[in-house]
Design a protein around this ligand. Sequence first.
Ligand code: GYE
Length: 353
Amino acid sequence: MKSILRSIFRNTVFRISILNFVILCLALQSMVLSGCQRSQSTDSSETESFIIGFSQIGAESAWRLRNTQSVQDAAAEAGIQLIYFNAEQKQENQIRAIRSFIAYQVDVIAFVPIVSDGWMHVLEEAQYAGIPVLICDREINVSNENLYAGFIGTNSEQEGRNAAGYLIQKFIEYNDQETFFNRSIRIVELSGTEGSSVAINRALGFREVLAEQNARAEYPKFEIIYSESGDFLRSKGYELMSLILDSNINDIDVVYSHNDSMTLGAIEAMKERGIRPGTDIVIVSIDAEQAAIEALRRGEINFVVECNPNQGPDIIRLASMLAQGESIPRITYMHSRVFSEWDDFSYILPRGY
Ligand code: GYE
């Protein structure tokens, strides 16, 4: 009996190590195939070099491209080796990348979680391997907070609150009580990637402030009549807006869009149907990429909440601290600002994305 058990056990261990070996080969192969880059440090003799494994979501918007470039530039500047993995919008690719970083024994893992849930197991594996993890840009839900060292990114709930705050001011200024005497202001929301912390929080902060307003005052009152995910993509923003405008949904007063890419797609759909964006429909957007600021200048967008993609220097700074065994703040928020139709645009510098 004992010998049978032993041979089964041996057999299983053998199988597992084969499996691990295959996963490692596959991971290394995919890193090579899918454009993973390992940027060589310009001059690593100066600083103690270490390796960061960085898993990025994809390249869905100008904002994302700038975010990636910011991390790569900051790593090169600091002489740090960065293994970059583009997950092409798939969580399973990110999990695979993190597993390959563990197998590769990087010093720090930094990743942008495409969605909030589903990270516990792979983070337990990183913890078991003794590799600190830095969460970037979007937040995650894990019951055990010790599975990651800290978060660096934007306060997406505040972004939603800022968007709603503008709308209240706008319609108080409008003061068109005649139009909205017996009806609330009707809002269409173009939401970001389902299950992502930024989409969840931008919706939450927005609704929180509108609910307070609706409870507080007779006028203006707001109602979200339609909300759908456009996955942060321009094409989907266009598609959704076309669908809505061609449907029997009437009296759309506001479009609240979770990012500029979707907003620019929606504007295209409006113009095709003779609707004046920013005039016939009030438009509120988030990111502040160059094309959105230009639309603001043209009066096609009314309010833009900045979401700062230049997180590279802070990500590299925090990752360096982790690589040297230092602790980091639990949350590091990027500074951001807002741009409104009432601003003096001559002060707005080129956005760089
Ligand atoms: O707003 C959007 C991108 O995670 C904050 O993702 C980021 C968001 C950003 O696709 O443009």
